[in-house]
Design a protein around this ligand. Structure first.
Ligand SMILES: [Zn+2]
Length: 157
């Protein structure tokens, strides 16, 4: 790869346009950076990743915008091999691989860091004018989540 041994640091911008490339992404309106440090020596190569972005998402109860910091770090060992292979903590790159595509990794790290529920911690913090409006939607939503196959399982006792 023509790299000198040592640490090589890159900072990548992460913005809503990035997440727009993943239509299935739960996270859309987020912005921040990913710091990438490549520790390179004659024999080993390690990627240290630190994602630090801010996610804006409407509260699931009242739709008021909430802000969550999504911070997560990861470490990936890199080795050279016959063919390129991406595993969780070890990437094997074929010798003619020159570029690392980190977009899938950024996407996955961001989703790992997100809180399980995006609502105001206390219902009293919610916008009272909006509550009546959205609670019906939520009930509709939870009806949809009931899979008819589960109903069949209930009768199996
Ligand atoms: Zn709320």
């Amino acid at each position: 790869m023509g790299l000198k041994p040592g640490n090589h640091t890159v900072q990548m911008d992460v913005d809503p346009e990035f997440f727009a490339c993943f239509p299935e992404s739960e996270i859309q309106n987020a912005k921040g950076v990913m710091d990438v440090i490549l520790e390179y020596s004659e024999t080993t190569m390690t990627l240290r990743l630190a994602l630090d972005i801010t996610w804006r998402v409407p509260c699931g109860r009242c739709l008021e915008e909430l802000t969550y910091p999504l911070k997560v770090e990861d470490k990936i060992a890199i080795r050279f091999g016959e063919k390129t292979e991406y595993n969780d903590a070890l990437w094997i790159l074929s010798k003619n691989e020159f570029e690392l595509d980190l977009s899938q990794t950024i996407y996955e790290l961001a989703h790992l860091a997100r809180p399980p529920h995006q609502v105001h911690e206390n219902e009293s913090e919610c916008d009272p004018n909006m509550l009546g409006y959205t609670s019906n939607d939520l009930i509709e939503e939870s009806k949809k989540l009931t899979d008819p196959r589960w109903d069949a399982l209930k009768n199996l006792k």
